[in-house]
Write a protein that binds this ligand. Structure first.
Ligand code: MG
Length: 305
């Protein structure tokens, strides 16, 4: 039996996050606490991203509001699949957020969309980032290709660049990007070039070009992850633990199929971040940086509880 309480929070992005889905200015989430029969309290975080495929913040809040103040493990494991961020928040709270050693992890630094990226990568490089992620499919393709050309000339040979289209390219645009990526040596992969409903075309593109492709929106929740694997995806999987559902189910899946997994932030507070990084230490491909270099977008503050 646990005493359950929760507290919604809001955090404003230092610079709005622009993706092909639109502009994101405020992160809303919920910090929950569970106190067991011995009086020990542990915390979890619900950090939904509804435009990415999880429940909305309001759905998560309504779920918390209708729960009694005393809940059991059974309550937690009966959270429906429609509430994946809640599944994650509650199960990671009972898994007690251990402080693991994150020294084995390297981080990918997130750059803003458009030209601003050219001004910001140097600052991240100085902080020892060697992998960068740049959002594409936000501005007209001609403009982004020009910026990309500048990138390929200015980034040091040691750097790796990930391009994230957030499903915003047409098939022809994706082919053009992949063609150009094949001609440089700095691209680690291109993320979610086409929409979630276009898995077949993404599979096709993955056979036509050398540049690796990663699925992200397509595998936002556990059911989607399973479905894509079953439909034959063996490329890279970007996993946002905070919205994927129960950590135990993810762990079991990753261990069984040994997928090439890149773990990525959902812009959580320290509580969700720790829970997500604990899984990354255990399950991520150790040769790939984790997508948690987001200090340019949110201050690394601790949530008030
Ligand atoms: Mg992505």
């Amino acid at each position: 039996m646990y005493q359950f309480s929760f507290q919604p929070y809001q955090r404003t992005f230092k610079q709005p996050l622009q993706t092909s889905h639109g502009t994101w200015k405020i992160r809303e989430g919920i910090i929950l606490s569970l106190t067991d029969n011995f009086g020990k309290t542990s915390w979890g975080e619900i950090a939904p991203i509804s435009w990415f495929g999880s429940e909305t913040f309001t759905q998560a809040l309504n779920y918390c509001r209708q729960l009694p103040t005393e809940i059991t493990t059974e309550t937690i494991y009966s959270i429906p699949d429609l509430l994946p961020a809640c599944q994650f928040g509650f199960e990671s709270a009972i898994g007690a957020n251990k402080n693991q050693n994150y020294n084995s992890l390297t981080y990918s630094g997130l750059l803003p969309a458009g030209k601003a990226a050219l001004q910001q990568w140097g600052k991240l490089w100085a902080q020892d980032y060697r992998t960068f992620k740049w959002k594409i499919g936000v501005y007209p393709i001609a403009e982004e290709l020009e910026i990309f050309a500048e990138f390929t000339h200015s980034l040091p040979a040691l750097a790796k660049l990930r391009l994230d289209a957030n499903g915003g390219l047409t098939y022809d645009e994706a082919k053009l990007w992949l063609y150009l990526c094949d001609r440089t040596k700095i691209i680690e992969f291109i993320e979610q070039p086409l929409g979630v409903e276009q898995l077949e075309q993404i599979l096709e593109l993955s056979k036509l070009y050398k540049t690796a492709i990663a699925l992200d929106e397509s595998v936002a929740t556990f059911n989607q992850l399973q479905a894509c694997y079953q439909e034959g995806w063996r490329g890279i999987f970007v996993i946002k633990p905070s919205i994927i559902g129960f950590p135990s189910r993810l762990r079991e899946f990753c261990q069984k199929y040994n997928i090439d997994a890149v773990f990525s932030s959902a812009f959580e507070t320290e509580i969700g971040r720790k829970a997500a990084l604990n899984l990354a230490v255990e399950l991520a491909n150790p040769n790939r940086a984790v997508g948690f270099g987001i200090d340019n977008f949110l201050s690394p503050d601790t949530a008030r509880i």
